[in-house]
Design a protein around this ligand. Structure first.
Ligand code: ADP
Ligand code: MG
Length: 286
């Protein structure tokens, strides 16, 4: 059925659909002429170490972009900037055309937004980290429910219903009462994806979601991501999974030393990379 690996032993097959039809309709209704998310000449440095050196990047509705690049090239920092988890030292991030973190105050001036306004903007961006970042003291269900009750203000009953449905759809209904320490890495990562999805983000960012997993646990996570892409989710995926990048991404980007140095459709990127640095990288990882 899928290009990837067989399902984890004992896990039921994934649902044929992950997103609600209304959510799919909302995603389809996003304007196609404005990027869902956009970085414009973004700079970021840590104590003089220039980690992002003018990154510009945009992704349209329903697009899937894969980002490759060596360790330390700034991939995670870029995703954290896009997810509004890091301040910028220069440049802008825009979501659906609207500046994030700041307000245009006329005549080229900007005013910082309040923390609660930024928190609202952050809800549009779902993020899945390399290390699953689940709360160890909460069950799978509790991890998916918590932002619904604490951030969205839903009742526990409503939150439970939504979280239950999403866990079922990522193939984990039978694990809802398990704690993270009782789940495999692949299962934990699917809980993390479910947790992000119930917030109804407009774009999902994945930071090497499978690179901490044993090889046999990678398949179900990639399958969930592939299904999300098929359903029209806009996605940015930092990954070393060449098969996924080739098969699912609409464009593949190469990051090196804080910059995007190549940006091409998958076949061009992998079969005919323009930059010697990209060629060397691909020779080392493929
Ligand atoms: P990648 O994800 O491509 O491996 P990162 O974005 O994690 O790269 O890191 C890029 C560079 O920024 C590295 O040199 C890293 O050490 C540095 N860096 C990342 N986060 C921090 C931080 N919070 N404080 C200081 N340096 C950081
Ligand atoms: Mg990283």
């Amino acid at each position: 059925m899928s290009r990837y690996l067989p399902p984890e032993e004992g896990d039921p097959p994934l649902a044929r659909r992950i997103l609600d039809p209304e959510v799919i309709a909302e995603l389809q209704a996003l304007p196609s002429e404005v990027p869902v998310i956009e970085a414009i000449d973004v700079h970021r440095e840590y104590a003089g170490n220039r980690v992002l050196r003018g990154v510009s990047f945009s992704i349209g509705r329903g697009e899937v972009k894969a980002i490759l690049g060596p360790s330390g090239s700034g991939k995670s920092t870029l995703l954290r900037c896009l997810a509004l988890l890091e301040p910028l030292d220069g440049g802008q991030v825009r979501i659906e055309g609207a500046l994030v973190g700041a307000r245009e105050a006329g005549s080229g001036r900007f005013e910082p937004l309040t923390e609660s306004a930024v928190a609202r903007q952050r809800l549009d961006v779902g993020m899945v980290f390399q290390r699953f970042n689940l709360f160890p003291h909460l069950t799978a269900l509790g991890n998916v429910m918590i932002a619904l009750t604490e951030v969205r203000g839903l009742s526990r009953d409503d939150a439970r219903l939504i979280a239950d449905t999403m866990l079922e759809r990522v193939g984990l209904g039978h694990r809802r009462t398990f704690y993270p320490s009782e789940l495999s890495g692949g299962q934990q990562q699917r809980v993390a994806i479910a947790r992000a999805l119930v917030m109804k983000p407009k774009v999902m960012l994945f930071d090497e979601p499978t690179s901490a997993l044993d090889p046999e646990l990678v398949g179900d996570v990639l399958r969930v991501m592939e299904e999300l892409a098929r359903e029209g989710m806009t996605m940015v995926v930092v990954t070393h999974e060449i098969g996924f990048a080739r098969g699912v991404a609409s464009r593949v980007l190469m990051m090196d030393d804080g910059q995007i140095i190549e940006d091409a459709p998958p076949d061009d990127f992998f079969d005919n990379p323009q930059q010697p640095r990209t060629r060397r990288f691909l020779e080392a990882v493929v």
